[in-house]
Design a binder for this molecule. Structure first.
Ligand code: HEC
Length: 275
């Protein structure tokens, strides 16, 4: 496999390594400029569609699936979970501003006091903890269905991630470094595929651009398999023969923070269908 993949990529320049001293906003703008150059026909708002934005036929199929999605019953189940009162009578909604409406669009954020990134899944478990309920396993189907519903309460809200203060910036930089770090037997970074080679084919799949990837997870693959964003990180790392990190590890949470910041300004939509 190494031979096939490297031959696909041979000859492509690594154009998009981001400047070392640039701040998050400069990084984001530079990356948008890069995608505008290599994929000039894709509108910014369509970045959320990922590879579908590059393939009208696949997009048409997607639109049909999304009219009556097979994952609807699963999301409803997540909704029942979200609404179910805790033993003390509180609900998940009591832990979030405006009952959770548009809440997910501001996650992850950096918590100065805790000194770490807080993902939406962390906030769900923190909510359970303060209400003396058992926490939910990260990466589990239960977490995926619950957050598929809870994040849908932020549909159409624009991703709005903040990086303020030294701690937040350090976490962002760690996430960025992870993204551009070559790893594993094939010696690929995430950016090799989703930045430098976005739009190109790898076997039968067209590579999506990174901007827009964090705005619609969890999603459902093949109609019914719920996949969280960090479970997708694991998938891509395994595919490139790199050692995946634990879901909810500091590495993945920082990576999610960086990638979510890069999707700032795009509309949230959860969940969606993917092949
Ligand atoms: C060898 C190329 C390759 C590398 C390296 C790679 N990916 Fe992927 N990734 C893919 C392919 C192929 C897909 C499926 C098509 C698509 O949506 O891009 C995918 C899909 C994804 C998706 C889902 C996009 C969507 O909207 O469904 C995410 C998120 C993602 N990758 C993140 C990462 C991260 C983070 C890394 C680094 C840890 C990474 N990828 C490394 C090839 C790669």
């Amino acid at each position: 496999m190494k031979h096939i993949i490297t031959s696909i990529f041979a000859g492509f320049l690594l154009i998009a390594s981001l400047g070392v001293h640039a701040g998050p906003e400069e990084d984001r703008k530079a990356l948008i400029d890069h995608y505008k150059q290599i994929l000039p026909n894709i509108e910014f708002d369509d970045y959320v569609l990922g590879a579908l934005a590059m393939n009208p036929e696949a997009k048409e199929q997607y639109d049909m699936v999304m009219e009556f999605p097979a994952h609807e019953a699963d999301v409803r189940q997540g909704g029942v979970h979200w609404e179910k009162p805790f033993r003390n009578g509180n609900k998940f909604a009591s832990c979030f501003k405006y009952g959770g409406i548009n809440a997910a669009a501001s996650y992850p954020y950096f918590d100065e006091k805790a000194g770490r990134v807080i993902t939406f899944e962390n906030a769900i478990n923190d909510c359970l903890k303060v209400n003396s309920e058992p926490e939910i396993k990260y990466g589990s189907k239960e977490m995926a269905l619950l957050t598929a519903y809870a994040k849908s309460l932020s549909d159409h809200a624009k991703v709005n991630i903040k990086v303020k203060g030294a701690g937040a910036l350090a976490a962002y930089e760690k996430g960025k470094q992870f993204y551009y770090q070559r790893q594993g037997q094939l010696n690929f970074s995430c950016a090799t595929c989703h930045v430098d080679n976005a739009g190109k084919y790898i076997r039968s799949e067209q590579l999506s651009m990174m901007i827009g990837q964090a705005s619609h997870f969890p999603l459902f693959r093949a109609g019914t398999e719920a996949v969280t964003l960090q479970a997708r990180f694991v998938g891509c790392q395994k595919n490139t023969r790199a050692e995946p990190k634990e879901i909810n590890s500091a590495e993945y949470n920082n990576l999610e923070y960086f990638m979510s910041y890069m999707s700032n300004g795009l509309k949230m939509q959860t969940p969606v269908f993917r092949k």
